[in-house]
Design a protein around this ligand. Structure first.
Ligand code: GTP
Length: 408
């Protein structure tokens, strides 16, 4: 690749469900962001965002599964080198910028450490190419105003994402009136300022928001991000030099060590809307606040050609239909990310989607009872669901959007 200057790379972070893919989709619709290459890093064995983020002909997408912050095999340098190689081999036309969407659980430190001057030293041809052809030019963090307080309290990665950002976009400011227990946005901004003193903080739905400003190439200078950021990067560097950053040697990531489970669920046949609703209700009931994210493309029996997209971000469930399957893969695919919930529990619940035998129902009830302190109430709730007497908070949508991840 012949370059006058290195290609700017913007990292897009933000906790699970904060609205990163939604932002990216809207950005890619803009003519001024033509010639953008996109790297989407998904947490889990199956990729859903790959189908939900739409790139045009002139743009290019590389998807990686396994978190960039802890999987050596899918580190950011490898993904950037793949882009370089694709241009070199004329598989894709040259591009002007790269946007990397990280997973919602990604610790930004190891990622930034790989692409910032003075960070992890180049170890071979690939690394030298990446250092010559690309430059880190911004770290944008999407912050979901409806969940950020809880997420920062419970997940250190979330706080680091806020601290490392050189531009902050507040999302979901359009979601209804603020509940009394939630902090007003002005107070939230003050709280964010304690963690990140300098980054512009802009409301996604405010008049002042512009993609061109948020994603403008800037020089990203870690020392300007504050002492904590410099300290975390120094620690990262030390760990990387010792060769023990993030992977624990057994192949499991640090997320797993922290009790975070990502489960990929697949079903070949279309499923009934009622079974899907039951699954979502059961999952919410059993996992409660331990359910961090649910994301799925679901083929429904009533209209198998128009899949349902389901997004669960903590307690909120949002869903819409696509006019057609985005790729040849027409299987129902779901990714469920939980904290401290046994994998088998979620798998058992998923049997509600695939159809339940009486025996499976009994096992499910026992699973729920063993899990919850309020087991008896939960069992009663589950039995009501099975008998169709519970009111349904979730009914599969008939609304069709041809734009993935519509707002609201
Ligand atoms: N009302 C509203 N909904 C939003 C906004 N941004 C995102 N959403 C919704 O929030 C859900 C999650 O959005 P995504 O863009 O998939 O979030 P993400 O950060 O890419 O999620 P992960 O990659 O799984 O961490 C979807 O249902 C979106 O439609 C917003 O500004 N307002």
């Amino acid at each position: 690749m012949k370059l006058d200057q290195p290609i700017p790379v913007t990292i897009l972070t933000g906790f699970l469900g904060a609205g990163k893919s939604t932002l990216l989709n809207e950005l890619l619709e803009s003519e001024s962001f033509a010639d953008t290459a996109v790297i989407i890093n998904e947490f889990g064995d199956i990729s859903i965002d790959h189908d939900l983020v739409r790139v045009n002909k002139r743009e290019m997408m590389v998807t990686t599964t396994g978190c960039l912050c802890c999987t050596v095999a899918s580190d950011i340098r490898t993904s950037l080198f793949e882009l370089y190689d694709a241009v070199e081999s004329k598989a894709v036309p040259p591009f002007k910028r790269v946007i990397v969407e990280t997973t919602g659980l990604a610790d930004p430190a190891p990622i930034i450490n790989q692409v910032t001057p003075g960070g992890l030293p180049a170890a071979g041809f690939r690394d030298h190419v990446v250092a010559r052809c690309f430059r880190l030019s911004g770290v944008v963090c999407a912050i979901d105003v409806t969940t950020i307080e809880e997420s920062m309290e419970r997940h250190f990665e979330c706080m680091k994402q806020v601290a490392f950002a050189d531009f902050i976009v507040l999302t979901k400011t359009d979601v209804g009136p603020e509940p009394a227990e939630r902090r007003p946005i002005s107070e939230l901004v003050q709280q964010i300022r304690k963690i990140n003193a300098a980054a512009p903080i802009v409301d996604r739905h405010g008049a002042e928001f512009e993609f061109a400003t948020a994603f403008a190439p800037r020089g990203y200078v870690p020392s300007e991000q504050g002492a904590d950021v410099e300290g975390w990067l120094a620690l990262e560097q030390a760990l990387a030099e010792q060769g023990q950053a993030h992977d624990n040697g057994a192949g499991a990531s640090r997320h797993a060590a922290a009790g975070i489970q990502t489960l990929a669920l697949l079903e070949d046949r279309p499923v009934s809307a009622r079974n899907l609703a039951t699954f979502v209700k059961l999952l919410n009931a059993v996992a409660g606040s331990q359910l961090l994210r649910l994301k799925g493309l679901v083929g429904l029996e009533d209209d198998p050609d128009r899949p349902l997209v389901v997004h669960g971000v903590q307690h909120a469930i949002h869903q819409y239909r696509l006019p057609a399957w985005p790729s040849d893969d027409r299987r129902t695919r779901m990714v469920v990310i939980t904290h401290g919930i046994d994998e088998a529990t979620v798998k058992n619940l998923f049997t509600t989607i695939t159809g339940l035998s009486t025996r499976a129902k009994a096992e499910l009830v026992l699973t729920a009872a063993g899990l919850s302190l309020l087991g008896v109430a939960l069992v009663a709730g589950i039995l009501l669901i099975f008998h169709g007497r519970a009111t349904a908070p979730f009914e599969p949508s008939a609304v069709i959007h041809d734009v993935p991840n519509p707002k609201g």
